[in-house]
Design a protein around this ligand. Sequence first.
Ligand code: ADP
Length: 454
Amino acid sequence: MRISRRITWFSTVWLFVLLVIVNSGVYFLFAHRTAETELDRIMSQAETIAEALRGDQGNAANLLAAYVPRDGMVRIIRENGSEAVTVTKYPELRAIPHSYTTGQEKEQLHAQERRMAVARFPLIWNDGSVVALEVIEPMESYESTLATLRLVLVIASLFILLPAFLAGRALSRLLLYPIQALKETMEDIRRSGSFQRIEVPAEPKDELDQMGATFNGMIELLEKNYEKQQQFVSDASHELRTPLTVIESYARLLQRWGKKDPERLEEAIHAIAEEAERMKGLTEQMLALATGEPDRTLELRRVQIDVLAEQTAKKLEQAYERKLHVEAAEACIVFGDEPRLKQLLFILCENALKYSEDDVIISLKNHEDSVEMNVTDKGIGIPKKDLPHVFERFFRVDKARSRQTGGSGLGLSIAKAIVDAHQGKIVVTSKEGAGTTFTVTLPRRGEIEVKSDG
Ligand code: ADP
């Protein structure tokens, strides 16, 4: 059953139950009060008759004939159960069983398929015995009043239930409209494979609007991730195609000339080895990004980052035969993942070496709750317009110049992922022709939450 129908039926049935309870209460209370009034009236009639009989018992039958109710009966019952006098226009009423009593009594009974009110009143008969005066009258006005009341209650209930049912249906449809829209959009997305939004007011007013806004947010995230993935796949295949083309062309060259021409053989082998090496590095970096390597669970330990910088500088000085200066006035300790931090240092220092010819400076200093590390070079710098993009995957300022230096455009995006995983910050300041500084700020010991893979 649809939710709107369920809400409508639930509210209507609930209202119906309430109406039945309230109406039954009203009906039974009214019926009881009316019956009591009717019985009291019959009793006071019996009293009046008894009063009249007290004065004149000689002509009792005539007297009773004057007092008998229009559709009823009056009779005098002796102690032995026999009827002394009975007056009625309807002989069938005589079949109503009589009873003798010495006290006042009033009751309702069913006879001849009608409800009758009975009042009994004791009086002294002309022979000195105590007899019971019995007045019987059908409760017709009572029955007709209750029939009218039943009709009024049923009609009033219908007047309440019908509009309530219609209002409930309209309200549930109105409330569930956004859910319906959401469902239709989801079905559209499934059918067409496109990312669609649902219409929501600029300022969500209620939970349903908020649900719509959350849904749109989720779709936006999925779309962005999908686009990123598409971009990554196309960039990666583009990046891999270039070294493969170079390798292919040198292989052909070798096929044609290589074996006879030692100079070309040497050149081709050298170029193939270089491209293969570059491709290896590229695939390793891509794999690291694809498997979320920089974001994987950090193994947090106490790391003296100035010592790590010294070690990195030494290794790079040997490899590049260039000078790197580490400047740190005191020990700078963070609580981090050592291999990841080493990788971060390598990426920043290698870039500084690749894009400059002067010495590189790594300076470290402690702040109250963080450690700041600057990697500065006096190299070619980065154009202002490219600064916001340097941390994007596969972004290279000048493809030609980084091709010469063997760059892939992935280094800084990995560096950023490492810093993010440590809940730090990385920013770049640069001036073309003057140099570049990468500033990394890492929270100090113990303040990094352990990230999980989930
Ligand atoms: P790559 O592997 O190409 O160096 P990165 O992601 O490490 O990729 O860097 C992205 C781009 O940013 C590089 O192509 C380069 O143009 C620019 N860049 C990075 N570091 C420096 C720097 N220290 N000086 C000048 N340009 C830099």
